[in-house]
Design a binder for this molecule. Structure first.
Ligand code: XMP
Length: 329
């Protein structure tokens, strides 16, 4: 039988054979497990002829940029540029409330930025990069191309999913998809032998459009994003402290575009409501809401209202998928 070490060696050989000695490769890192492991593998094969980009779109979680950049640079020594595109994304999203329109804008903006990165790199290298790395997994391959007669249909027609890695238009890049025969747990194993930190490999999935699908309505309204980041961080940290993180598929907070009346100190308040969502799932296609102890929920709600200015009410989402989806938008 083969081991994951064998798979890694085999993949590295394939990549070395594929990419010519003076060809260059680009990769968009999302901060997720798949793109990170794919990049780490390609880096092992071709070194700094790999060029990665991470985009701060203003829709990231609390300290996310700092945390993932540290993993990319300190743990993995990946050559990565961090592009600050916060204003570019948020100005495009201003006033937009329709969930699908938000996703489309984010996807389009992302491609524009990636395009610019690729062209700048071309200027620096004096030649076009030849390949694009994508962290496509085996289930993605099956899903986007169901075997004929299988009765399967494309499963993401309800929400358009924009994973990072749209192709720069005129670059004619060839694809390198080193994970395309692997399942998620195999990618984690591979990540482990490539020195991706264990905590990073266990991170919950996070949607490409980021907090845009977790601030309902206009994401630029008031300080919704900032409030959401703080609430989310308290919730996730509490889950980790209680030792529950690995039992949950995804946990996050949602910012609701409503205010409710509360009383804090001697003051009547008219502040924001946030929802907490945690689910268990095998693959994200169906999900069950997670049962927390009442004491845990009580502590979290207090921490949130005491710690986050502008929030006076916390509710929990107790629906499964179906009929709900995991995200609220
Ligand atoms: P839903 O909300 O459809 O989500 O039950 C299922 C899984 O997919 C993630 N998700 C997304 N991922 N772009 C992504 O890359 C998206 O637009 C998107 N929408 C949902 C969601 O977080 C869950 O893991």
């Amino acid at each position: 039988g083969w081991t994951m070490e064998d798979v890694m060696e085999e993949e590295i050989m394939v990549i070395k054979d594929t990419v010519g000695p003076d060809e260059h490769v680009i990769c968009a890192l999302s901060g997720g497990v798949d793109s990170t492991v794919a990049a780490a593998l390609v880096h092992k094969a071709i070194g700094d002829r790999l060029h990665c980009v991470f985009v701060d779109n203003g829709l990231l979680r609390y300290k996310e940029k700092e945390r993932v950049m540290e993993t990319f640079q300190k743990d993995l020594h990946l050559p990565v540029v961090c592009v600050d595109a916060v204003d570019q994304f948020l100005s495009q999203l201003k006033g937009v409330t329709d969930p699908e329109t938000k996703r489309k804008i984010i996807g389009k903006e992302f491609i524009a930025i990636f395009d610019e990165f690729a062209h700048k790199l071309e200027g620096k290298l004096g030649k076009k990069p030849s390949y694009l790395v994508q962290g496509t997994l085996y289930p993605d391959v099956i899903e986007s191309c169901p075997p004929p007669g299988s009765g399967r249909t494309h499963s993401h027609t309800i929400k358009s999913h924009h994973n990072v890695g749209g192709l720069p238009k005129d670059m004619k890049l060839k694809l390198i998809e080193p994970l395309k025969l692997l399942f998620k747990d195999e990618v984690r194993q591979l990540g482990r032998i490539l020195d991706v930190p264990q905590a990073f490999l266990k991170r919950h999935p996070f949607p490409g459009p980021g907090l845009a699908v977790r601030v309902l309505g206009d994401v630029t309204e008031g300080n919704a994003l900032d409030i959401l980041r703080q609430v989310d961080e308290i919730f996730i940290q509490s889950i980790k402290d209680a030792g529950l993180y690995d039992s949950i598929w995804q946990a996050f907070a949602v910012f609701l575009p409503v205010r409710s009346v509360g009383v804090q100190g001697d003051q009547r308040t008219h502040s924001h409501v946030v929802a907490l969502r945690a689910v268990t799932s095998q693959d994200g296609m169906t999900a069950d809401w997670y049962y927390f102890e009442h004491k845990f929920l009580d502590d979290v709600a207090r921490k949130i209202c005491n710690g986050v200015r502008g929030v006076n009410r916390v509710v929990q989402d107790i629906t499964s998928k179906p009929p709900s989806t995991i995200e609220w938008e």
